[in-house]
Ligand binder design. Structure first.
Ligand code: GAP
Length: 512
C-alpha cells in the first residue's frame, strides 16, 4: 500500500518537474481539482486525443465527428434528466464538518477488503513459488472467497439502495459497516442527501433578463441534439456513429487523486445509433472494440477489467466500465452504455422536432437506439503516464527514471544533440532538426554531457535521441539511441525519418 502511495506521489511530482501538469492558478495556491497541462502534457494529451479520433472516426466509414458548443439551450438538461437526476448522494460528518460521497465511503471500505485479498495472494505466491496458480487460488482459498463474498454483498446492497433512492439504507449501511470519517474517525453522520453536480452560469447582461445556463456535464447531449442535422447532411444510414471530444464540467464533491476526478475535464464520446432491438448486440461489439483499443497501447493486458453495472443510470438498459489498474487500484477508465432511445425520445418531446430515422427497407420511421462509448481523456492520460513511469536498475548497477510512453503518443519523438558545442556540430544538428520538424515534434539540446541529456529525454519519454559527432561531418551519419533498449546504432541522417516513422506508425499500433 505504502509502495503504491509512494508511486502515486512520484507520478504527481514527475508530472510537475518535467512540465506535464501544473496545479491551476498555482501562484494563488491553486484551485482544488483543476489542473493545467504544461508544455509536454499538452502534446501527450493531443496525441492521445488524435489516437482515439483516428481509431473511432477515420477507421470507421460510418462514424463522423462534430465539435458542439459547451453552452447549450437550458431545456437540453431538463430533457436529458440531468436537472432532476444528475446528483451524488452526500453525507456530512457532524464532528469534522467534512462532506463525503456516501457511495465512495462504502466503495473505499470495499477497496480495503480487496487489499486483504491482494495480501493473501502475495503471501501464497511467496509460499508456493513457481508452482503458484493464481486463478485457482482465487477460486478456492476460503479466506479470499469470504472476502470476495463480503465485497459482493455490500456493493449489491449499495447498488440496490441507490437505484431505489433509498438513502436511509445507504446511511444504515455506513453505520452497520462502522465506517468512520477518513479525517477524524468520527462515526457521527448526518442523513444522506442528493446534490446536483452541474455548474450553473448566466447568459445576458442584467439579472432580470438573463437566462440560466449550465456548463455541460457531458459532451453526449451535443451529439443528440445534432442527430437529425448530421444524419441528413451526412446522408448517414443506420447504424452510424457521431463522435466528439471536448470539455465537460462537474461540481465533484470528492475531487481527489490528481487528474483522476476533476471539476473541469475532457471527454471523448461516441454515440452509435442503431435499429431498436439490435442495441445489445452492438453494445457487446463496442465493449470488445474499446477494450482492444486500450490494449493496443501495450500498457499490459492485466491492467484492464470489465465491471458490469449493478445500478443502471436513468437512461441505460445495460452498462459496463472498462476499469484500469491505477496506482490506487482498479478504477473506471471508460463507460460503455446502452442508452436505449431515452435521449432522442426526450429531446423530441421537449423540442417538438422529429428525431427519427426513415428506414427505406421497411418504409417506416423509428427513433434509433444508442450505444455510447465514453472515455475521460485526463483519466487516460493518468493511466498512460503512471504506467509508463518506471525506475530501472541497469546492468552496471546504476538507475534511471524512464517514461515508457507508447512511442506513438510521446510528446517529442526525437531529441537531437551535438556531441560538443563547437566544431560545426551544433550547426549540423540544427540542420537535422530543420529536416525532421515538418513531420515530427523534435527538440534540440546541447547542455550538459550527452549521458545526462539521454537521461533527461528518458524522463520526458522521448523514444529517440540522435547525436551528431565529428564523424557526422565527414560521412553524414549519426548515432540513434532507442529509449527502451538504450541501444545505439549508426545510421545515415537520411534514414532517421524512416526509422521514426516505422516506430510510430498508426497502422502498426492500432493493429496490435
Ligand atoms: N456520457 C456518459 C458519461 O458522461 P460518465 O461515466 O459519467 O458517463 C464518462 O463519464 C467518463 O468520463 C468516465 O469513464 C471518466 O473517464 C470520465 N470522467 C467522468 N467524470 C470525471 C471527472 N470528474 N474527472 C475526470 N474524468 C471524468
Amino acid at each position: 500500500m505504502a509502495k503504491q502511495e509512494d508511486l502515486f506521489k512520484k507520478v504527481i511530482s514527475h508530472a510537475k518537474e518535467y512540465g506535464f501538469i501544473f496545479q491551476s492558478s498555482e501562484i494563488y495556491d491553486g484551485l482544488s481539482a483543476v489542473y493545467d497541462y504544461a508544455q509536454n502534457g499538452v502534446e501527450l494529451k493531443k496525441n492521445i486525443r488524435e489516437y482515439w479520433w483516428k481509431a473511432m472516426v477515420h477507421m470507421h466509414e460510418n462514424i463522423v465527428g462534430i465539435d458542439s458548443a459547451i453552452f447549450m439551450h437550458p431545456t437540453t438538461w431538463k430533457a436529458s434528466g440531468h436537472v432532476d437526476a444528475f446528483s451524488d448522494p452526500l453525507i456530512d460528518n457532524k464532528d469534522s464538518k467534512k462532506r463525503y460521497r456516501a457511495d465512495v465511503l462504502v466503495e473505499d471500505y470495499c477497496l480495503k477488503i480487496e487489499k486483504k485479498i491482494e495480501k493473501e495472494i502475495t503471501k501464497a505466491q511467496k509460499r508456493f513459488g513457481d508452482a503458484f496458480d493464481k486463478s485457482e487460488f482465487i477460486k478456492t482459498n476460503p479466506r479470499v472467497l469470504g472476502y470476495q463474498e463480503k465485497i459482493d454483498t455490500i456493493l449489491k446492497r449499495l447498488g440496490k439502495s441507490l437505484e431505489n433512492e433509498d438513502l436511509d439504507d445507504v446511511k444504515l449501511l455506513i453505520e452497520e459497516l462502522g465506517i468512520g470519517c477518513p479525517l477524524s474517525g468520527s462515526k457521527n453522520w448526518t442523513d444522506v442527501k442528493q446534490f446536483n453536480l452541474m455548474f450553473g452560469t448566466k447568459l445576458g447582461a442584467d439579472a432580470a433578463s438573463s437566462t440560466d445556463l449550465y456548463l455541460r456535464p457531458e459532451t453526449a447531449q451535443g451529439i443528440f441534439v445534432n442527430f437529425a442535422n448530421v444524419q441528413k447532411t451526412g446522408r448517414m444510414k443506420i447504424p452510424f456513429g457521431i463522435a466528439q471530444t471536448g470539455k465537460a464540467f462537474r461540481n465533484e464533491i470528492v475531487a481527489r487523486q490528481f487528474i483522476f476526478r476533476m471539476r473541469e475535464f475532457e471527454q471523448m464520446e461516441m454515440q452509435y445509433f442503431v435499429k431498436p432491438g439490435t442495441e445489445l448486440e452492438w453494445y457487446e461489439k463496442w465493449k470488445t472494440n474499446r477494450l482492444n483499443w486500450h490494449k493496443s497501447l501495450g500498457l499490459g493486458e492485466d491492467k484492464y477489467r470489465f465491471h458490469d453495472h449493478e445500478k443502471l443510470a436513468h437512461y441505460a438498459n445495460a452498462a459496463a466500465d472498462i476499469e484500469f489498474k491505477f496506482p490506487f487500484g482498479f478504477k473506471e477508465l471508460e463507460g460503455i452504455h446502452s442508452r436505449t432511445n431515452f435521449d432522442l425520445k426526450a429531446h423530441e418531446k421537449y423540442s417538438g422536432k422529429k428525431l427519427q430515422f426513415f428506414d427505406h427497407e421497411t418504409n417506416s420511421n423509428y427513433i434509433p437506439y444508442v450505444v455510447e462509448t465514453s472515455v475521460g481523456l485526463d483519466r487516460l492520460f493518468l493511466a498512460i503516464f503512471s504506467t509508463a513511469l518506471q525506475d530501472e536498475t541497469l546492468k552496471d548497477g546504476s538507475t534511471r527514471t524512464v517514461l515508457k510512453i507508447p512511442s506513438i503518443l510521446a510528446p517529442t519523438k526525437v531529441a537531437v544533440f551535438p556531441l560538443l558545442k563547437k566544431d560545426g556540430l551544433p550547426e549540423l544538428a540544427k540542420k537535422v532538426i530543420n529536416e525532421l520538424k515538418y513531420d515530427f515534434n523534435v527538440t534540440y539540446d546541447e547542455k550538459d554531457a550527452v549521458g545526462r541529456r539521454y537521461r533527461r529525454q528518458d524522463a520526458l519519454g522521448t523514444p529517440f535521441c540522435v547525436t551528431v559527432d565529428h564523424q557526422s561531418l565527414e560521412d553524414k551519419t549519426v548515432t540513434i539511441r532507442n529509449r527502451d533498449t538504450m541501444e545505439q546504432e549508426r545510421i545515415a541522417i537520411t534514414d532517421i525519418a524512416k526509422i521514426v516513422n516505422q516506430e510510430i506508425s498508426f497502422k502498426k499500433w492500432i493493429s496490435k
